[in-house]
Write a protein of this length. Sequence first.
Length: 140
Amino acid sequence: MANELTTIHGSYASIISSAAVTGGAVSGESSSVATALSATEEIYAELDFKLLASTAHTAGDTVDVYRRASDGTNASPAVTLTHLHQYVGSITMNGTVSTYYYLYGVQNVDPEDTFYFVNNSATTITFVLSVRGRTFQPAA
């Protein structure tokens, strides 16, 4: 049909690998989108995140994702508990070990941006954070 769009998305790539993050703490900085994704995918309009929680946690625990803006030359200050900077979304977990959780449709402002997350649970949880690019094109 006329004026329709189709979705194109890449494959997920790990940007934070197997990080044990204490309850109430901030993760380490992720790899940049440009480092993780192919040259084609790093410029897609949106990002989708996939979070794997591989250790015990409680149903209802949340993880908040934050962006550290960069243009490849200059970067905003690192994300800390006292400087959370640009919030991009929350993921609510259900308490099941080795479960994937998703955060879709985060605007891809610059491929040099990096991401952090805050573990809002009371316990240390081991996480893997992955990202993929997503964009749209006219339907054939």
